[in-house]
Every structure is written in structure tokens, then in C-alpha cells.
Design a protein around this ligand. Structure first.
Ligand SMILES: [Zn+2]
Length: 485
């Protein structure tokens, strides 16, 4: 093999200027390998919450796919999460004035009900502090019903996340027994809605109930007393040994520098995690396969990572960053996609305007159009975040969220939701960018110091969100992201 090495070096001296990007694009847009993998992942393994046997099967599956693609250094990188949360059984039913079964899904991080609760249902409207205060006298021992607007945009979804810890805390404060949250999606659709991110437990049992059942309960409660019976048994355990899947294409003359292409492999399990985020996990595997098939050997090492624990608050990528702390300074770029097969219009620069030019230069050289509407905003919500906190340049694809949102974490996030053409284009974009960043003469931007990261967090107003997502204390104390010196 060694005798081929100089040839590889010559060929790789300027991959971006060669026909390699075009070859990657042509392959990505015509190959069905990624979609075949996705179908297998979704239909034979299915939903894969971290801590479940399905997630373990998925990590083994991912490693086997990398090996079959001929990639080197394939490994599982185990890490420990302090607690697991998996759904068990749930039963919600109205018992008076009418008896009917209520469609419900346990909310992740929710404790079980110690015993079945049968209690008056109190409607607390939108669950604001004022609404709780107004109902205070009736809340002791009650099951509270909280209404939700219909989720139409990412901002709506974000607002749903931001309000949940407060609702649960208010329920606890007023002595309520449990919370029923109205589904933000019509027509009976249920989804997993984490009350907290991280590994803590919500203070009271929470479940999402169908929008139509919430409406019926509310109308009944306007007329008189309503009683509900609620029993839920979640499987709460830990500590648990989870694992990320890592594979590499070693670099040539800058092999000690690393470009990461990552996506999360875990998912919630009501559906089969196709759009969130099986399609992009399959793309990471297929990018590795493409590099091997086309003999692409960039100057820097490309590391393909399938993270787990993402749905619990990016625990897998946090563990990766902690475990690779000694080589974080060698990480030149981290790139991720996490909005299903939504059309990519550009990238989130994650607070780093200086990434715009190198990014555009690669897209231009590859002849890519329609993906240059970059956004300076910083994303705290997927696996880029611990890289951001460590000062590593990182990009998240800015994708059309409209097709993705209705099925987010829901029963309906299944293989048929995936837009094959867009998924193939996203895969092509990922491959071209990874190849470009890994082969460029210079890094796109230097690693930021801790002080610069702190400034970025201030400038992009991330602190409030980090507090809600239970990340702030860990960053402030140096347990997460850049260590404190
Ligand atoms: Zn996701």
C-alpha cells in the first residue's frame, strides 16, 4: 500500500480545485445506499432511545456499516450517563362526568405516578405563573391541564421547551399531583416532549395528551367538576454505559488535525426516528463510504461520529468533547445536520462570522448554488454545542424546518416522511464541505479561547437558553466545554 502514498498526496494537494467535489456530488445524488441504510435502521431497529436495547443495536449497526464501507479505526466510544429514562406503561382516563380513554404519552424525565392518581382536573389555561396563581386554591392534589397553541414554527417548538420546566415547578409549588399537557399537534398525534434536558427528573408526573381529548376535558371543566385517573410507570435507571460510534479516514500531511462530520443516531421511540435524525446519521455513514469508494484522502483526518444521548441534552457529544479534550485544539471544524431532510439554504455560523468566507469558498469551488444564506446565530440544540463551548469552529445546516416539524419526536416520524432528493443533496453538501475543510491549506478559523467563547455566549444571548437546558452551571464551572484554568 505504501507505494500508492505519494500518488495520494499529489492527488490530494488541492481536492477542492480538482473534480473530486463533482464526483462526490454526482455519487451522492444518484446512490441509493444511504436511503437503503436509513430504511433498514428505521424498519428493522426502529425508535432508539438512549439506554434502550434498540439504541445498543443501532450503535452496533452503525459500526458494522462503517466497517463494511471499508473505513478504518471504527470503534464504539463508551461514556456513562448518570440516569436513563425510558417510557413504560401509561393510562389516562376521564372518570366523571363522562368516562373515556385519553390518548397520552409520558413526557421524558417525568417520574412515575407512585400509585394511580384519581383527582379533580383543574384547567390552568396556558400554564403561566399568573394562571397557576389564579387557580392556586384548587390545585392541591389536583391533576392540572395545560393548554398549548398549535406548533407551526421552530419558534413555537422552542417556546414549548422553554415553558415546560416552569409549568412543572409551578405544579409542584401549588401541590398539584400531576400535569397533563395538551398536544401541540392536532388529530390525535402524540410525541415525546422532554420536560427537562439533562439527567434530572421533573418534580411531578407529566404526560402529553391528544389535542382533541384536551379540548373535550376543557369544555367539560367549564360546566362542572371533571375527574381524571392517571397511572404511569416509567423505567428510570442508571448510571448507564452508552456509546458513540466513531470512524476515520486518516489524513495525509496534516493527519493530526481533525474535521468532524457528526449526527445523532439515537431518537425518541414513538416513531422510528427517520427525520430526527436517522436520515442524517445514514448520511454520515454514506459520506465515509463515498470517501472510500472514490479514494478521497484529504490532508486532515476526517472523523465520522454517530452520537447518542442527543435527545437527553447532547450527552453523547458532550462526552466526546470531554473524552477528546487533549486533542480539541486539533479539531479544525465540526459539521452537523439535524433537521431531517429539510432543504438546506445555508449554515448557522454559530456566532463566528469569520467562517463565512472559507465556507463560501468551498461551496463556490464545488459549483454548489443555493446554500449560501448563512446565519450568524448560535445554535444550542444539537451536537455542535459542546464543540462551540470548546471554541472549535462549528457549523449546523440551516434547513427548511416546515416538513420536519409536524412529526418532530412523534409517532409519525417514519421512513416515508423523508424527502429522498433533499436528503441526497444534503449528503452531497456535507461531503463537499468536509472534503473542503479537511483539505484546505489553512484551518477555517482558529480555536477560540475560553474568554472568547464566554464573549460569544454573551453576544449571542445564549445564557438563558443554557440555563433552561441545564448546561449553564456545567459550562460556568468548566465541567462542560473549555475547562477553567
Ligand atoms: Zn435531532
Amino acid at each position: 500500500m505504501l507505494r500508492f502514498f505519494p500518488i495520494v498526496l499529489l492527488a490530494s494537494a488541492a481536492l477542492a480545485q480538482s473534480d473530486v467535489p463533482q464526483k462526490l456530488i454526482a455519487r451522492a445524488e444518484s446512490s441509493t445506499a444511504m436511503i437503503d441504510d436509513l430504511r433498514e435502521l428505521c424498519d428493522t431497529i426502529g425508535g432508539r432511545a438512549t439506554g434502550s436495547p434498540a439504541c445498543e443495536r443501532a450503535t452496533g449497526w452503525g459500526a458494522a456499516k462503517f466497517r463494511a464501507a471499508g473505513v478504518t479505526n471504527v470503534r464504539l466510544e463508551p461514556y456513562t450517563i448518570p440516569r436513563t429514562w425510558l417510557p413504560g406503561t401509561i393510562s389516562v382516563e376521564a372518570t366523571a362526568p363522562a368516562r373515556f380513554t385519553i390518548r397520552a404519552a409520558a413526557a421524558p424525565t417525568s417520574p412515575s405516578t407512585a400509585a394511580p392518581i384519581e383527582a379533580p382536573l383543574i384547567d390552568v389555561g396556558d400554564g403561566s405563573a399568573e394562571a397557576f396563581a389564579k387557580a392556586a386554591a384548587r390545585l392541591k392534589g389536583a391533576i392540572v391541564l395545560v393548554h398549548s397553541g398549535e406548533m407551526k414554527t421552530l419558534d413555537d417548538l422552542f417556546a414549548e421547551y422553554m415553558r415546560s420546566p416552569g409549568i412543572s415547578a409551578a405544579a409542584k409549588k401549588y401541590g398539584a399531583a400531576a400535569v397533563l399537557l395538551e398536544s401541540s399537534r392536532p388529530r390525535g398525534l402524540l410525541y415525546r416532549h422532554p420536560i427537562l434536558l439533562g439527567t434530572g427528573l421533573a418534580p411531578v408526573p407529566n404526560a402529553v395528551i391528544s389535542r382533541e381529548h384536551a379540548g373535550r376535558l376543557a369544555r367539560l371543566a367549564e360546566r362542572g367538576p371533571v375527574r381524571v385517573r392517571f397511572a404511569m410507570s416509567n423505567r428510570i435507571g442508571g448510571p448507564y454505559r452508552a456509546a458513540n460510534v466513531v470512524a476515520e479516514i486518516p489524513g495525509t500531511d496534516k493527519a493530526n488535525e481533525i474535521v468532524v462530520l457528526g449526527a445523532h443516531l439515537d431518537s425518541w421511540e414513538l416513531g422510528t426516528g427517520a427525520e430526527d435524525n436517522g436520515v442524517n446519521a445514514a448520511a454520515v455513514i454514506d459520506a465515509a463510504r463515498a470517501f472510500v469508494q472514490l479514494g478521497v484522502h484529504p490532508r486532515r483526518t476526517v472523523r465520522f461520529v454517530l452520537f447518542t444521548g442527543e435527545e437527553q441534552g447532547m450527552l453523547g457529544s458532550a462526552a466526546y468533547v470531554a473524552q477528546h479534550q487533549a486533542e480539541m485544539g486539533n479539531h479544525a471544524m465540526m459539521l452537523t445536520f439535524d433537521t431531517g431532510s429539510g432543504h438546506t439554504t445555508g449554515f448557522f455560523l454559530n456566532g463566528r462570522e469569520e467562517l463565512r468566507n472559507p465556507l463560501d469558498a468551498i461551496l463556490r469551488a464545488a459549483g454548489v448554488t443555493g446554500a449560501s444564506e448563512h446565519v450568524a446565530d448560535a445554535i444550542d440544540g444539537t451536537d455542535n454545542f459542546d464543540f462551540l463551548l470548546s471554541g472549535v469552529p462549528n457549523l449546523v445546516a440551516n434547513q427548511d424546518a416546515a416538513p420536519y416539524l409536524p412529526d418532530y419526536h412523534a409517532e409519525s416520524d417514519t421512513f416515508e416522511r423523508v424527502n429522498v432528493k433533499e436528503a441526497q443533496r444534503n449528503n452531497a453538501l456535507a461531503e463537499v464541505l468536509v472534503c473542503g475543510f479537511a483539505d484546505a491549506p489553512d484551518r477555517p478559523a482558529p480555536r477560540q479561547s475560553r474568554e472568547e467563547v464566554e464573549k460569544l455566549i454573551r453576544d449571542t444571548k445564549l445564557e438563558e437558553q443554557m440555563r433552561v437546558f441545564d448546561q449553564w452551571d456545567d459550562f460556568a464551572s468548566g465541567r462542560r466545554g473549555w475547562p477553567k484554568h
